[in-house]
Design a protein around this ligand. Structure first.
Ligand SMILES: Cc1cc2nc3c(=O)[nH]c(=O)nc-3n(C[C@H](O)[C@H](O)[C@H](O)COP(=O)(O)O)c2cc1C
Length: 224
């Protein structure tokens, strides 16, 4: 349904970094999607399986190009104003399937993460809620020029944190979750209307120019 005039004119890609059925991060992504809609945004709800690629291989890239799953991630990123990823923590870091999809999508030009607003969530049975994994996930996303929101929500003891309606059972945590997503949406909306925000992506800003190895892009992130 098209947003009414009083709704925000922003579209958010939401997905979890887990492939398994019954994923806690899928549940957190569902909840994030419902909060975005409650606050007037439009959601594109995707799943890790949509973007799950064979392991990155430069020979495959040279021969066959970027796989359809990475192209799909690119298409859905550029169709959105922002993305929210709910990611598991594996061994204090990023799940391989998610990193692999980011790596493949980063090979596409214009590079689709540049200038996009992103927010990171995690859910884990642990006491830290998978928060360490999000610090690892920030690294490739920020390296690629995404504007990753400083506040990250990590749901601790997530296996027993949801109520039957799929909300966070502890009211104070649900309220923090709502408020954090609300603040993120305000920033996304502001960034969308401040068009000259970011045009240039330079992999290493202080590197002396060398056409053979430069990774520099002049991109209007609003232009797609
Ligand atoms: C290979 C592997 C490594 C894991 N490492 C961590 C970890 O470092 N920290 C943590 O909190 N949980 C860890 N876990 C447990 C996951 O948080 C738990 O399986 C969680 O439910 C995965 O997310 P999902 O439910 O969205 O699939 C690990 C699980 C696997 C399979």
């Amino acid at each position: 349904m098209a947003p009414s005039p009083e709704q925000r004119q922003i579209r958010v890609l939401v997905f979890a970094g887990s492939l398994r059925r019954g994923s806690l991060n899928e549940r957190l992504a569902d909840l994030a999607a419902s909060v975005v809609e409650e606050k007037g945004g439009t959601v594109d709800r995707a799943h890790m399986a949509d973007f799950d690629c064979p392991s990155y291989d430069a020979d495959v890239e040279r021969g066959d190009g970027v796989p359809a799953e990475a192209q799909r991630l690119r298409d859905r990123l550029v169709a959105a104003d922002a993305f929210i990823i709910a990611s598991p923590e594996y061994n204090a870091s990023i799940p391989g399937c998610l990193k692999n999809a980011i790596d493949w999508a980063s090979r596409i030009r214009p590079q689709p993460f540049n200038g996009r607003q992103g927010m990171l969530l995690s859910a884990s049975p642990s006491m830290a809620g998978g928060n360490r994994g999000l610090w690892s996930l920030r690294v490739p996303l920020e390296h690629l020029g995404a504007r990753v929101y400083p506040d990250m929500f990590s749901l601790a003891q997530a296996h027993e944190a949801f109520d039957d309606a799929g909300r966070i059972a502890a009211p104070v945590l649900q309220e923090r979750f709502d408020r954090t997503i609300g603040c993120f949406l305000e920033l996304v909306e502001a960034a969308k209307h401040y068009r000259p925000l970011k045009k240039l992506w330079v992999e290493y800003l202080g590197e002396h120019p060398d056409a053979a190895i430069d990774r520099v892009e002049h991109t209007d992130v609003e232009a797609e």
